[in-house]
Design a protein around this ligand. Structure first.
Ligand SMILES: [Zn+2]
Length: 262
């Protein structure tokens, strides 16, 4: 796959996250997700091709929840109405089969009914499970985010060799484990051996420093609940959130100031 360098957002995120044990790629992922969510609840929902895509693929369970939180009711209703229709059509055959097998088993009479085989019903439920999962495995928001993240990760590993200041800035970058791996893979795929090794070494060293700092901060945070400490959480108030963000990526709950007006 061919990627393009996207300098400005990556530089901005690296500056924003510098020295804070916050993953700049998680910041970019959050921005890309919010922008994709906004797009699908904009006038785009009226464009026939976009509606066709929405019907085909829909959104992941997480992203449906975020779309719901956005508060724009009409575009949400339009997207939900058509996607739900397609979703139901696609699982209908398996639902019918499941009901048929359940009725067949239920209609058995006599003492032997207690020992009747559940095999056919179980197979039908398995196929229904697969059909439902298939429908929930595609997500238009994730597709857009994936494209942007490919560009950002490519930029993060390429830019150090074009801009010495960026090379220097990487020494203060903490990546979350998932993004550290993504960068290491991108470096191996797109750089020569020496450069790939350099980038992987810098990023793993700087990330580990950030991980250690996050570990110490969250430990200090737990100690502040001790009555002798006086409950002074200065500089530590978001220590648990930072560790959860390293564990889980950005937290998919909208903060108050990100809520959009209707
Ligand atoms: Zn990350």
């Amino acid at each position: 796959m061919k990627y393009e360098i996207d300098t400005i957002p990556v530089w901005d995120a690296v500056k924003e996250a510098a020295g804070k044990a916050v993953c700049p790629l998680c910041l970019l992922e959050k921005k890309a997700t919010l922008s994709a969510l906004r797009y699908f609840l904009s006038d785009a929902v009226m464009v026939p091709e976009v509606r066709v895509q929405m019907n085909e693929k829909g959104f992941s369970r997480d992203n449906w929840r975020l779309l719901l939180q956005d508060g724009r009711r009409l575009p949400l209703a339009l997207a939900a109405e058509t996607r739900w229709k397609t979703f139901r059509e696609r699982i209908q055959k398996n639902l019918d089969q499941t009901r048929k097998e359940a009725e067949k088993l239920e209609s058995q009479k006599g003492p032997q009914a207690l020992f009747a085989s559940k095999e056919s019903l179980s197979r039908a439920v398995g196929a229904l499970d697969e059909a439902v999962r298939r429908q929930q495995s595609s997500c238009l928001v994730e597709e857009r985010v994936h494209d942007s993240m490919g560009r950002y990760i490519f930029t993060l590993v390429q830019l150090p060799f074009k801009d010495p200041d960026f090379h220097q800035a990487l020494r203060n970058v903490t990546l979350c484990p998932a993004h550290l791996v993504a960068c290491a893979k991108m470096a191996l795929d797109t750089l020569d051996a020496l450069k790939a090794a350099q980038i992987i070494k810098i990023l793993s060293m700087s990330s580990e420093e950030g991980w250690q700092r996050a570990q110490e901060d969250v430990y200090q945070f737990t100690q502040k609940f001790d009555s002798r400490s006086g409950g002074d959480f200065t500089g530590l108030s978001d220590a648990p959130e930072k560790v959860v963000a390293l564990l889980a990526g950005w937290i998919k709950i909208r903060e108050k100031n990100e809520e959009r007006r209707r």
